[in-house]
Unconditional design. Sequence first.
Length: 181
Amino acid sequence: MLDELKPFLHKSRSHILNFLAVVCLLLAIFGAARLIFFSTPMLRHDFIKAQNSPLASNRPLALYDLALSNCRQGNFEIARDQLSNAFNALTQNTGVVPANEEMLAARIQFLLGVVNERLKLSRVAISAYEECLRHDPDNMDAKYNLERLKSQFPDMGKGGSSSDPTSDPNSKAGKDKKKGI
């Protein structure tokens, strides 16, 4: 069989080399296009262009970065929608996070918790912090924020008592405690 293959390869080597050259050229063009339409916009903080790119290699990351940018500008409602879209894109609308994307899922959920706190949606924030900890059990910031919020809402789990003035989110003592965000 090997003796029959040698003459074929010898006769077809120029065609095989041409085919390989075309494949390499196509891969180089694809890589250059991804660099131009996704990687460069990400580096320039043009997250809208990056996440809308048909060559977006990590759309959830682009949406997360866009949401983070909106958080820094105080656009929490917009950021919350973008974070939800990022998580849906990450799970491909199944709710199941790929094993290699656990850390990104944790970052999305943590920021979602922070955003929901800023929007005074503490119970929703608690759920986001819990989801963050499912993906990254060692996230100390999420643990801290979760326990702080649960102390304000004893019915949501372990936490403070109703006689504690800091457990009332409407009290002066509760408003002055802004650690962790």
